[in-house]
Design a protein around this ligand. Structure first.
Ligand code: C2E
Ligand code: MG
Ligand code: MG
Ligand code: MG
Length: 292
């Protein structure tokens, strides 16, 4: 709790400073040693099937525990990591850690789930991306089918032909791909058709006012029907209220992710949620149920 407060204070402070040069330099300096110092960790946010209500996957979200400023949001440092090129090493660490974690859950006998990892532009464009992903899978012994990469439209559009080529290679390895923040980028519909992806993720900016903004409702419905017509699954991010969830379910959205179900949490809490889910399904939560 105290940590969370510290984090928020820092974010407000940072926003007020309008990401001054000094602040950037300070963060950049810290960022250089952060990996070696073990200052990063991952949180995992459940992705839930809207029909069954079951967790089928999680998204890995990085956190940086700054020695002086507490937890720094990725919104503040991923951009810097991109600019400085540090993202390649950080991204590698995320891939390896996330793959290893998913394998550990499987080895503990939990129901298999998909691990989604965010990939940023510079990381995606790096020559050896495909090899790096393959190495993380090999090292962790995780089935490629249990890994998904989240990329953005703007990332793909930077070099469409090359991006689609890389995406095809990844898909051929058995990894799935999703488009994050869909609707906020610049991909044309004809480009979308060529993406070897399995899921569209409706950006949370369209979900926020879903309960009463008819424009956002129209956009959400259009993305869902577009996705389904292209044989894709559609997930909504940033779902915080029952009303948003009901609207999405009523309009045939497949999956959701958001504070309503769970915030991003440490690995142990995901294991607990999966165990609880397994107990509910086998009926062990209701002693006596077995008698009927
Ligand atoms: P994203 O991939 O679009 O992730 C969704 C963000 O929304 C996450 O913020 C998540 O904590 C937040 N979120 C989830 N549910 C809700 C909700 O119900 N309401 C609201 N208001 N927010 C919700 P987070 O963790 O701060 O990450 C921000 C962005 O930083 C991510 O956006 C992603 O672009 C980037 N990021 C995070 N981790 C990594 C990483 O390991 N590698 C790279 N390259 N980028 C990352
Ligand atoms: Mg994401
Ligand atoms: Mg997103
Ligand atoms: Mg987003």
């Amino acid at each position: 709790r105290a940590k969370e407060m510290g984090n928020n204070n820092f974010q407000f402070y940072a926003r007020e400073m309008n990401a001054s040069v000094e602040e950037k330099l300070m963060l950049l300096e810290g960022l250089r040693g952060a990996l070696d110092e073990g200052q990063f960790h991952l949180l995992y946010q459940p992705k839930v099937d809207l029909r069954s209500g079951l967790i089928f996957g999680v998204e890995a979200l990085i956190r940086w525990e700054h020695p002086e400023h507490g937890v720094v949001s990725p919104l503040r440092f991923i951009g810097l990591a991109e600019e400085s090129g540090l993202i390649v090493a950080i991204g590698d660490w995320v891939l390896h850690t996330a793959c290893r974690q998913n394998k550990a859950w499987q080895d503990a006998g939990l129901a298999p789930i998909t691990m989604s990892v965010n990939v940023s532009p510079r990381q995606f464009e790096e020559k050896r991306l495909v090899e790096r992903v393959a190495a993380a899978l090999r090292e962790s012994a995780l089935d490629p089918g249990a890994l998904e990469l989240e990329v953005t439209e703007s990332l793909i559009m930077r070099d469409l032909a090359q991006s689609v080529g890389k995406m095809r290679e990844l898909k051929a390895m058995g990894i799935s791909l999703s488009i994050d923040d869909f609707g906020t980028g610049y991909s044309s519909l004809s480009a979308l058709k060529s993406f070897p992806i399995s899921t569209l993720k409706i950006d949370k900016s369209f979900v926020r006012e879903l309960a009463d903004n008819t424009d956002d409702q129209a956009i959400a419905m259009a993305v869902i029907s577009l996705g389904h017509k292209l044989n894709l699954r559609v997930i909504a991010e940033g779902v915080e209220t029952e009303q948003q969830c009901t609207f999405l379910r009523d309009n045939d959205c497949d999956e959701m992710q958001g504070y309503l179900f769970s915030r991003p949490v440490p690995a142990a809490q995901i294991a607990a949620l999966l165990e609880e889910q397994a107990r509910m399904q086998s009926g062990c939560d209701h002693p006596g149920a077995g008698a009927y």
